[in-house]
Design a binder for this molecule. Structure first.
Ligand code: FE
Length: 197
């Protein structure tokens, strides 16, 4: 079969074949796959980002650090590692809504947000968010007033973002633990706003 002929193997089969070859050539350190699987399944989660945001809402000093050196602020919780080497927090204001995309592929801040949702990796979101952010947000259920500016941040090779939303109305008496529950993966990406039900 020439390199140009279509293959009928599934992505899973191709991944297994690639894994076998890499193992044969001794290119995968012992335990690497198991370690990454463990991180993805059990440690990388938007609950991590929720901790970071809730603390920034109640602790002005931590907020200052988060905005100055996001990597150091997240490291205080142990949220470091692959795709979290250079973290930048994007503060929303009443007049600015930040949203994250990776127009090239699917880069996300794994240790803080978890793995990206399917739609985040889709061509449509990646292409359209940059051109018509406000419309895409509306379609995703987030209607913004006309005077709010939508700022789209395209993930670069190094930078991994998280959105620091405005603390919502009605949350004034909530403690840090209750505030965490308002923060979802969509909120951390910036396509949704936190709200008190
Ligand atoms: Fe990417």
């Amino acid at each position: 079969m020439s390199a140009h002929q279509a293959t009928t193997s599934t992505p899973g089969e191709r991944a297994q074949a690639l894994l076998q070859v890499l193992k044969q050539k001794d290119l995968i350190p012992d335990g690497y796959i198991e370690h990454m699987t463990q991180l993805m399944a059990h440690q990388w989660s938007p609950e991590n980002g929720a901790r970071v945001v809730a603390k920034a809402w109640v602790d002005p000093q931590f907020r200052e650090l988060l905005l100055k050196d996001g990597t150091a602020a997240c490291a205080q919780f142990g949220y470091t590692g692959p795709q979290g080497e250079y973290i930048v927090a994007l503060p929303d204001t009443p007049s600015v809504k930040n949203v994250i995309v990776c127009s090239l592929c699917s880069c996300t801040n794994w240790p803080v947000l978890g793995l990206p949702p399917e739609w985040y990796k889709g061509f449509e979101f990646r292409a359209r968010l940059v051109r018509e952010g406000r419309t895409v947000l509306r379609e995703l259920g987030t209607e913004l007033p006309a005077d709010v500016i939508v700022k789209v941040w395209d993930t670069s090779a190094e930078t991994r973002y998280l959105v620091l939303p405005v603390r919502p109305k009605g949350s004034e008496s909530m403690d840090e633990e209750a505030l965490r529950k308002l923060i979802t993966k969509d909120v951390l990406i910036g396509v949704a706003l936190p709200y008190v039900a």
